[in-house]
Design a binder for this molecule. Structure first.
Ligand code: PLP
Length: 454
């Protein structure tokens, strides 16, 4: 463990998110001091390929000069202003228009917040407000999926479907509950095709809506590709079938594009890749390449009209943040969208996808890997004890964290979510850098398999 002065300061003073706090002093922090391109560097000058873009964020890498310049200029011009009560600024107006222009389906307005969690909480509140506005005060229940990740605020943590998000936090709240996770490899029945699996899940969703009472179910939240739940790519027929059920019972669909948004899956939004036509859409992360906190909620015409009418009636739309539409964050996000256009980032993702997916697939042939999966430039490898039976490792084996540590020793940062190891590299990665990434991961696998065999 690192015991530099900085590490000691961190251990003594900093309460970390998503960390085993009891073990932090023993493990010590990886003190990351700078970044450039796809690399980050630690205090000792060791360089790592950031195979996760941080937390699935830094699509344009860690040093894009145009984003830096846009941030500096914004700080020099108008470092802060708010957007309450008819105030605005040039960056937020232009950003909102650009987001509507790239939306995967027609959207009417964009609301801004600071994080994915806040965007999802805002969407929940908008949905409740919407149903009150249109005279359906009982239609308030929200469905999400097991293994979903939608954030950590009270509503968004409730939407999340991972045990760690709920355990000992007294969550989820009453109005939010979960349905099946669309992971065919783990939850498909023996011999069941992906299409039959998708049909079964859509039928189960319909039964659930009927059991809850269709006049009580307001919305369904879904990531097009589940991220933190293990990079779960649903069968192609899953969302079309689910959406037919939602439409039948007038249940709104919210696409959580916090990870999938902005090119990750080979289209600007994952909704296009996976066939969702959402009523609301939340995004964050790559919207600013992670350089500053910013998130957004897009709402359809029907939702916007109801919000506008109701706020007219009661006097205000009583929701928003001090930093909604922050001029510095919006300037950087606006520049991010311009770079996406000028550098043809989505086309670039499509061009790199075959090499990335082939690299994953090749590692997927190893005896230690049960399933390789992915789409565009996001993917994962699920480690198993027995490839033939899909038997997982016992938790105490800590297979995923062990592989991630071996990769880090090779100069590659990946993320272990249980025994699933994820990859989500910056979209600006070159073919040669991608080859280096897979070469380092391959070496980590050699060491992992060698140690497991010993
Ligand atoms: N939604 C998804 C799909 C995410 O992956 C995340 C974060 O990883 C969030 C929401 C929450 O975002 P934040 O951590 O910015 O609150």
């Amino acid at each position: 463990s690192d015991t530099t002065a900085l590490a000691r300061q961190d251990i003594a003073a900093h309460l970390h998110p998503f960390t085993n706090l009891a073990a932090h002093a023993d493990v010590g922090p990886l003190m990351v001091t700078r970044g450039d391109g796809i690399y980050v560097e630690d205090e000792q000058g060791r360089r790592y390929i950031e195979g996760m873009s941080g937390l699935w964020c830094s699509a344009l890498g860690f040093s894009h000069p145009r984003l830096v310049a846009a941030g500096v200029k914004a700080l020099q011009t108008l470092p802060y202003y708010h957007t309450f009560n008819h105030r605005s600024n040039p960056a937020v107006a232009e950003l909102a228009e650009r987001l509507l222009a790239v939306a995967p389906v027609p959207m009417a307005r964009v609301f801004f917040a600071n994080s994915g969690s806040e965007a999802n909480d805002s969407a929940v509140k908008m949905i409740w407000y919407y149903h009150n506005a249109i005279g359906q005060p009982n239609k308030k229940k929200i469905l999400a999926r097991q293994r979903a990740y939608h954030g950590v605020t009270v509503a968004s943590a409730s939407l999340s479907g991972l045990p760690t998000n709920h355990r000992d936090f007294d969550l989820p709240i009453d109005r939010i509950s979960h349905v099946d996770c669309p992971h065919h490899y783990r939850y498909g029945l023996p011999g069941e095709s992906e299409a039959d699996f998708a049909t079964r899940l859509a039928e189960a969703l319909e039964q659930r809506i009927l059991a809850e009472g269709p006049d009580t179910v307001a919305a369904f939240f879904a990531e097009p590709v589940m991220g933190a739940g293990g990079v779960i790519v649903p069968p192609q027929t899953y969302f079309p079938k689910v959406q037919a059920v939602l439409r039948k019972y007038d249940v709104l669909l919210v696409a959580d594009e916090v990870i999938c948004g902005f090119g990750r899956t080979g289209n600007m939004f994952g909704s296009t890749t996976l066939g969702l036509q959402p009523d609301l859409l939340t995004c964050a992360k790559a919207l600013s390449s992670g350089y500053v906190p910013i998130s957004a909620v897009m709402v359809s015409q029907r939702v916007h009209e109801a919000l506008a009418a109701n706020s007219g009636k009661i006097g205000t739309f009583g929701h928003g943040y001090t930093y909604s539409g922050h001029p510095v964050a919006c300037a950087i996000a606006l520049e991010t969208l311009k770079v996406f256009e000028d550098e043809r980032i989505v086309e670039r993702v499509r061009a790199l996808t075959p090499a990335f997916q082939a690299g994953l697939h090749q590692l997927g042939q190893r005896a230690s890997v049960g399933e390789s999966r992915g789409v565009g430039l996001i993917g994962a490898l699920e480690l198993v004890a027995d490839k033939a039976t899909r038997q997982p490792h016992a938790p105490e084996v800590k297979a995923g964290p062990r592989l991630a540590a071996l990769a880090q020793a090779e100069g590659l940062i990946v993320r272990a979510m249980g025994d699933t190891v994820a990859l989500c590299p910056p979209l600006i990665i070159s073919e040669a850098e991608l080859a280096t990434l897979f070469q380092r991961l391959g070496t980590a696998f050699d060491r992992y398999e060698h140690a497991s065999a010993a």
